[in-house]
Every structure is written in structure tokens, then in C-alpha cells.
Design a protein around this ligand. Structure first.
Ligand code: NAD
Ligand code: DAU
Length: 352
């Protein structure tokens, strides 16, 4: 892992990862961040690394074959960490095609560039002699498994059963990655993480949205009864898990990532109100998300026992630091929610 291509490094998890990996691994020679800077991408997230000589920003689209090939030719990557995606479930319900092209075709474009640059031979099919010292890591999501009832957890062998256009696009991308591994010998890992929280998360997602609204004394739009369950992990722990999989993951394997931290949405919203000293009367139950997955829970046995990763953050510490970060970085919030986001918010929540 010396010459890394990170895609989507201006987004929430990608920017946390770029900061994390450049700090933790001084032996990295070069890290190129390829990002289209959609509404979700923000170069302010990368201010702490912008003067790092190893860091290069490349403004472009993962679906642009010529551009992606040029980057491979110019920088000779040995590692790809693919975060770039359309990531918000609610937006995927309104605009599914964008999710399919970005998340599926974008993934295939990267795989093709890596395949050609790493000279992977289709005759590898049965030889299992994978390219030495190179790896492609697909950052996927627990949502590809669909929804759980009251019992059980997602393991790596849980059947793929996505319910939203977003999760269907991520599941499809995973299948393409798998196929390139089996057919062309692409040395891949797929990681499937649960819900992340932490600094630099765009305020369309539950925690920063509720924090922002509570701070402004605006109503907190809880979908349906608010008893849907998510399994929350601090973004730092996700970044550390990805590094672990890059360094120790067995080629071709899928690894679930999660910290055994299930919470109902209403519990999170109440916690935010409590910490900010705001009344529960701000909670407003609004129309439920169509196809809303009721519960996610990750079984992390494989990554903890086989690769030795474990989360460092407790939820208490993670939420405390996250709330402090958003309260201290109001300018960041104001910048990202200006413009297009205001139109999105008005359309999305006007009926609520
Ligand atoms: P995000 O929406 O915050 O960031 C996505 C980034 O991708 C943005 O910087 C955006 O500009 C960029 N991008 C979008 N389309 C692009 C394109 N065509 N070409 C180049 N760049 C493009 O997303 P996130 O929450 O940081 O998620 C990152 C990845 O992690 C996604 O693949 C997502 O599916 C996965 N994931 C997210 C979570 C979570 O809780 N947020 C959990 C598990 C997995
Ligand atoms: O599980 C991993 C996934 O987590 C990632 O793959 C996605 O990229 C990421 O967006 C996230 O998806 P969710 O749909 O779980 O996250 P979101 O923050 O949108 O919603 C979390 C829960 O909160 C969900 O049950 C819907 C609910 N919710 C969300 C919003 C934005 C509300 O009740 N009200 C809201 O306004």
C-alpha cells in the first residue's frame, strides 16, 4: 500500500479515511483523491491534509473512463479504495437512475482501469495466482442484506436482498466486484459496514440533521414510529477497519464491519435533545420512508476474530465528540447546507 487511489475522498467517510491513513501510514508515497464534488463532496473536509506533499486532488467522475485510465497511467496505483457513491437512501427513491449509473457503472469503470493497468489475465480464472502487491477494496454497506426482524444479525453469508434503489445499486456493484475477482483474478475485498457517524457527515443524514435542527429550534422529522433500528459505528473505527482489511484481508473475501451498537432512531433523537437541553416537543413524527428497513445489525465475528480489528469508540464518547464537533464547526455546516441543499430540504420535508 504505497500508491493509493481513494475515490469519494471529499465525502464524509472518504475524507475521514484520507486524514486517517495519511496520519497513520507515513510510508505512503502518494494518495490521489478522485472526487466529482457533488453536493456531498467538500474540499473543506480535507483542509488538514491539503499541504501534505503526498496528497493530490483529482477533480473528475468515476464514470469517465478516459480520465480514470489517465490517472492510473500517471500515478501507477497499487491500491484502490472505492468510496465514491450516491449514498442517501431518500434521494435514491426520488432519483434512482443516478444511483445506478454512479454506483454500478462507476464501480465497473474503476475495475476496468485497474484490470488493464494491473495486466490481469482472464486465464487466471482457475490458477488463483493473483497480482502481487495490489488490491481493490470496495466500500459497501450492510444495507445490501435488506432488513432484519427482531432477531438475528447480518453475517457475510446472509443472502443479498436490497430494498431501496440505493441498496440495490450497492448490491449490484458488489456483484460486479465479485465477478471481476472470479473471472479476471482481480484481487478484491468487499467491506460491508453499518451506519457511520462522526465529523464531516452531510446534514441530510439522521444524526447531523437532527443536531442542526435541534440547535436551530426547528422540528425533528422522525420517520414513522421512530422505532427503526440502526447499528451505529464511529467513522474512525470504520476507517481503521478498512485499513485492517487492506493490510490483512484475504483476497476475495467479504468482511462485515460493525460495533454491536443497535439503537432505535427515537433513542438517538432523544439523546440529542437531551444533550442540547431542548424539549421533546420538537420531535415531529412524519410520513415513513417508502420501503423503510426496520432493523440492521452486524455480526462482526469474522473481522474481529480473523483479522483482529475491534472498535475503539464507545457510543457515549463518539456521540459526545460528534455533538461537540458540530457545535464548534457551525461555519462548516452553514457552507454545506447553502444552495442546492435548501431546495432539497424544502421538497423532502414540506409534506411532513
Ligand atoms: P458521501 O455521500 O458523504 O460522499 C460521497 C462522495 O462521493 C462525495 O464526495 C461525492 O462528491 C463523491 N462522488 C459522488 N459521485 C461521484 C462520481 N460520479 N465520481 C466521483 N466522485 C463522486 O458518502 P459517505 O457517507 O461518505 O459514504 C461513502 C461510501 O461508504 C459509500 O460507498 C457508501 O455506500 C458507503 N457506506 C456509507 C455508510 C454511512 O453510514 N454513511 C455506511 C456504510 C457504507
Ligand atoms: O447502514 C449503512 C447505511 O447507513 C449507508 O449505506 C448509507 O449510505 C447511509 O446513508 C445510512 O443509511 P440510512 O438510511 O440508515 O441512514 P439515514 O441517516 O438516512 O437514516 C437513519 C435512520 O433514521 C433511518 O431509519 C431513517 C431515519 N430518519 C432519517 C432521516 C434523514 C428519520 O427518521 N428522519 C430523517 O429525517
Amino acid at each position: 500500500m504505497k500508491r493509493i487511489l481513494v475515490t469519494g475522498g471529499a465525502g464524509f467517510i472518504g475524507s475521514n479515511f484520507v486524514q486517517y491513513i495519511l496520519k497513520e501510514k507515513q510510508d505512503i508515497e502518494l494518495l490521489v483523491n478522485l472526487d466529482l464534488l457533488t453536493y456531498a463532496g467538500n474540499l473543506e473536509n480535507l483542509l488538514p491534509v491539503q499541504d501534505d506533499k503526498r496528497y493530490v486532488f483529482a477533480h473528475g467522475d468515476i464514470r469517465d473512463r478516459a480520465f480514470v485510465n489517465e490517472l492510473f497511467d500517471k500515478y501507477d496505483f497499487d491500491t484502490v479504495v472505492h468510496f465514491a457513491a450516491e449514498s442517501h437512501v431518500d434521494r435514491s427513491i426520488v432519483e434512482p437512475e443516478l444511483f445506478l449509473t454512479t454506483n454500478i457503472i462507476g464501480t465497473q469503470t474503476l475495475l476496468d482501469a485497474a484490470k488493464s493497468h494491473w495486466k490481469l489475465d482472464p486465464d487466471n480464472k482457475y490458477s488463483r495466482e493473483y497480482a502481487e502487491g495490489v488490491k481493490y477494496l470496495q466500500v459497501s454497506t450492510d444495507e445490501v442484506y435488506g432488513a432484519l426482524g427482531k432477531e438475528g444479525m447480518f453475517t457475510e453469508t446472509t443472502p443479498i436482498s436490497p430494498n431501496s434503489p440505493y441498496s440495490a445499486s450497492k448490491a449490484s456493484a458488489d456483484m460486479v466486484v465479485r465477478a471481476y475477482h472470479v473471472t479476471y483474478g482481480m484481487p478484491v475485498n468487499i467491506t460491508r459496514c453499518s451506519n457511520n457517524y462522526g465529523p464531516y457527515q452531510f446534514p441530510e443524514k439522521l444524526i447531523p440533521l437532527m443536531l442542526h435542527n435541534a440547535k436551530e429550534d426547528k422540528s425533528l422529522p422522525v420517520y414513522g414510529d421512530g422505532m427503526q433500528i440502526r447499528d451505529w459505528l464511529h467513522v474512525h473505527d470504520h476507517c481503521a477497519a478498512i485499513r485492517t482489511v487492506l493490510e490483512k484481508g484475504v483476497v476475495g473475501e467479504v468482511y462485515n464491519i460493525g460495533g454491536n451498537n443497535e439503537r432505535a432512531n427515537i433513542e438517538i433523537v432523544s439523546l440529542i435533545l437531551d444533550v442540547l437541553g431542548k424539549p421533546t416537543s420538537l420531535i415531529k413524527h412524519v410520513q415513513d420512508r417508502p420501503g423503510h428497513d426496520r432493523r440492521y445489525a452486524i455480526d462482526n465475528t469474522k473481522i474481529t476474530t480473523q483479522l483482529g480489528w475491534a472498535p475503539e469508540y464507545t457510543f457515549k464518547r463518539g456521540m459526545q465528540e460528534t455533538i461537540e464537533w458540530y457545535l464548534e464547526n457551525t461555519q462548516w455546516v452553514e457552507h454545506v447546507i447553502s444552495g442546492d441543499y435548501l431546495d432539497y430540504y424544502a421538497k423532502m420535508y414540506s409534506e411532513g
